[in-house]
Design a protein around this ligand. Structure first.
Ligand code: NDP
Ligand SMILES: O=C(O)C1=N[C@H](C(=O)O)C[C@H](O)C1
Length: 276
């Protein structure tokens, strides 16, 4: 058993328990004395369903059985931390709102329709969503906005992201956050200036556009460069995630932060007190 304090600390449910982030999140929650693990959810049919999550992770039992009944798990918890896939996250947003649990969303690759559905759920519960939960990347968005505001369109802006070969979406959620920050700094709308993938005879680069490139290779956890390049100089802002714990720690911080907040949609800048 985990020995966590189930009576006074917020209970956290982890969805996608067997995933790369799911496993990191369970370990992070179990190691914390500020929260306790209240549930672990995986997809119906997954071979972890019905097993103690501590044992499924290769350790000793912690008294939490992996379930595919998300609503039942959410109803017993104060927060849900969700790093899964867009369709699952949209469904979980509705269920977490029904349970009035704080929903921390790390899932990327969400489309406009998904985001609208999540915003509707946020009328009833606290939702904190960010394409990157690390302190470093959230600081980098602010630096990017400042640098973009200080430079004119003589400087081409390119966002280059590097991830492991299992990642399914591009550009990464982080790259889009950084692109949004650059566009905001420049006073333009990202969708109108984004170059999201070049191939063939593309013609010369258009001034004022913001380009995205995605590398997928090996086990890279997550690296992002924002390049500002003129004819005579180049500035590169860079973030490297050395370990998935930076994302898990940020998500846990968001789950605790959300406990006394009014229903609504928030991001990590709100959690970190960095919103201007
Ligand atoms: N915001 C941030 O800071 C970060 C965000 N991410 C994002 O988090 C997401 C997950 O990444 P990662 O952990 O690497 O991916 P994985 O594929 O390793 O994990 C996703 C997990 O979610 C499960 N899942 C999918 N659909 C459902 C469902 N309907 N019900 C229950 N479980 C479900 C998957 O199960 P199955 O394998 O059976 O499909 C899998 O176990 C991605 O969108 C990624 O970009 C990642 C790191 C940091
Ligand atoms: O899929 C990942 O691994 C990651 N996804 C997030 C993203 O899309 O930016 C965050 C991090 O870079 C890792």
């Amino acid at each position: 058993m985990s020995g966590q304090d189930n009576s006074t600390t917020p209970g956290i449910v982890i969805t996608g328990a067997s995933g790369r982030m799911g496993q990191m999140l369970i370990r992070t929650v179990l190691a914390s004395d500020r929260v306790h693990l209240a549930g672990a959810v995986d997809r119906s049919g997954h071979d972890w369903i019905g097993r103690d999550v501590g044992e499924a992770l290769g350790g000793s039992a912690v008294g939490v059985i992996v379930t595919d009944d998300a609503l039942e798990a959410f109803a017993k918890a104060q927060a849900v931390i969700d790093f899964t896939a867009p369709a699952a996250t949209v469904e979980f947003a509705g269920l977490a709102a029904q349970a009035r649990a704080v929903h921390v969303i790390g899932t990327t690759g969400l489309n406009d329709e998904d985001i609208d559905a999540i915003s509707r759920a946020a009328r009833h519960a606290v939702i904190v969503r960010a394409g990157n939960m690390s302190l470093g990347v959230n600081l980098l968005t602010q630096l990017t906005k400042k640098v973009a505001a200080a430079l004119d369109a003589d400087f081409d802006i390119e966002v280059i992201e590097y991830h492991h070969n299992r990642k399914v979406d591009a550009p990464s959620g982080t790259a889009l956050m950084l692109g949004e920050a650059a566009a905001e700094g420049r006073g333009v709308v990202l969708e109108e200036v984004a170059d999201r993938g070049r191939d063939g005879i593309t013609g010369a680069r258009e001034a004022g556009h913001i380009g995205f490139s995605a590398i997928r290779a090996g086990a890279i956890i997550g690296e992002h460069d924002v390049m500002f390049a003129s004819q005579s100089e180049r500035i590169i802002l860079r973030h490297v995630a050395e370990d998935r714990s930076v994302f898990a720690n940020g998500a846990l911080r968001a789950a605790i932060w959300g406990q006394d907040k009014a229903p609504g949609a928030y991001d990590m800048l709100d959690v970190l007190g960095l919103n201007d």
